[in-house]
Design a protein around this ligand. Structure first.
Ligand code: HGY
Ligand code: MN
Ligand code: MN
Ligand code: MN
Length: 400
């Protein structure tokens, strides 16, 4: 059995790039497999019942996995490309450390307690976030999941099969969810709300957010022989759409990010035929989010008219607003005292499960607020404060 620091030290090097210091733990790749092996080893070394569910999520049970009213904690171990060390793993390592703390307190559990690693939370490989929890909650159907492909055209089920998992049973798991009394996810804060306040906070809401793909269809041609006035260059329409997105979002107090782009044929001396730009947009409420995306769409289409470029828009994923208000959050706030209550613009597995079971989140202070970057960080003392808070919450929920 290992302490927080030892678990952290074991996991830290897995999937870390020597050059950037960022992580490349993508669904079903080798780094992901190593993280999963680490999770299983942590479960078994504690004598917990280890389980893999139909969607490839990992569970470690203290008590009966078939029992009712289970209290579940955990998070994810995968990362965005060149992501940080804390986003996801802090929640999973803290869950094992909090369970160890409960054992050291000789806590008398009256309900099963489980730790979960939800697969593919970042959606870095197949483009949809929270695939493991969406499948389990029935928010993503089996057929839709079977359609997902990575940048090399590899289908999700084939990637699962190659990693040794049976994809034929993926899909909603109502039976499992019906046995869960509450899910509490601890996560590093991805912002600066807690900086001055307190090492640990409780989530009030998750902003609505989504991913849209813009396809800009132009006309391939020679960069050295095609007159400017004869071009139908999608790069122009794309670039103007990126600038419009920033302007529209700023005006609306929303967020819009074009962080991923694909260019065909992607040759220095060739005018592109097609540009695919992925928009991540988020706002404090759904009406604002829908309005901002519509304004960006209009700007793209109008510019496309001018450039002779055909624009197509596809919504790839969408997560409605999650409001954590309610008895579970009140209970956490009561147990933890007057810790700050804060919203987040980041999506989480807790946000997906909130539609099906009582769910709450704890945040641990991140001094710079930076996330989805190798610079992501949390002080050890704040991480241990997070473990203690999670242990208090789990004891309050699982020992009554
Ligand atoms: O995109 C998000 O907000 C989360 O990190 N998956
Ligand atoms: Mn993330
Ligand atoms: Mn995360
Ligand atoms: Mn998450």
């Amino acid at each position: 059995m290992t302490s927080f620091q030892e678990m952290w030290a074991e996991l830290l090097p897995v999937g870390r790039s020597a050059s950037s210091g960022g992580y490349r733990r993508f669904a079903w790749n080798t780094a992901d497999a190593e993280c999963r092996a680490w999770f299983e080893q942590q479960a078994r070394s504690r004598g917990l019942t280890y389980e893999l569910d139909r969607n490839g999520n990992q569970w470690a049970w203290l008590g009966d996995p078939r029992g009712q009213g289970a209290i579940v904690t955990g998070s994810h171990l995968d990362s965005v490309p060149d992501g940080g060390a804390f986003d996801g793993p802090l929640g999973v390592v803290s869950s094992f450390a909090a369970l160890d703390e409960l054992r050291s307190r000789d806590a008398e559990l009256t309900k099963p307690l489980a730790i979960v690693n939800f697969g593919d939370e970042e959606g870095a490989r197949f483009g949809v976030a929270c695939i493991g929890s969406r499948l389990t909650a029935g928010v993503l159907g089996r057929d839709q999941a079977y359609e997902l492909r990575d940048a090399d055209g590899v289908r999700l089920p084939d990637a699962m099969e190659k990693a040794g998992y049976d994809p034929t049973a993926i899909g909603a798991d109502d039976d499992r969810l019906s046995r869960i009394g509450a899910f509490v996810e601890l996560h590093v804060e991805q912002g600066r709300y807690l900086t001055e306040e307190h090492p640990v906070g409780v989530a009030s809401a998750i902003w609505p957010h989504g991913r849209w793909r813009f396809d800009f269809h132009g006309e391939a041609n020679h960069a050295g022989t095609t007159r400017i006035e004869d071009r139908r260059d999608p790069m122009l329409t794309y670039a103007n759409t990126v600038l419009s997105a920033r302007k529209k979002a700023k005006l609306a107090g929303a967020l819009a990010t074009f962080g991923k782009v694909a260019v065909e044929p992607n040759g220095t001396n060739a005018i592109a035929s097609l540009i695919r730009g992925w928009l991540d947009s988020r706002a404090a409420d759904e009406a604002t989010l829908e309005r901002v995306v519509e304004e960006i769409r209009q700007a793209a289409y109008e510019r496309g008219e001018r450039d002779g470029v055909r624009v197509e828009l596809t919504r790839e994923s969408y997560t409605p607003v999650v409001d954590f208000d309610g008895p579970l959050r009140d209970r956490l706030a009561k147990r933890l005292g007057n810790v700050p209550v804060l919203p987040t613009g980041a999506g989480h597995d807790a946000g997906i499960l909130a539609s099906a079971i009582p769910t709450a989140m704890l945040f641990v202070r991140n001094p710079s607020g930076v996330s989805h970057s190798p610079a992501e960080y949390a002080e050890e003392a704040d991480c241990l404060a997070g473990v203690a808070a999670l242990a208090d919450v789990l004891e309050d929920l699982a020992c009554q």
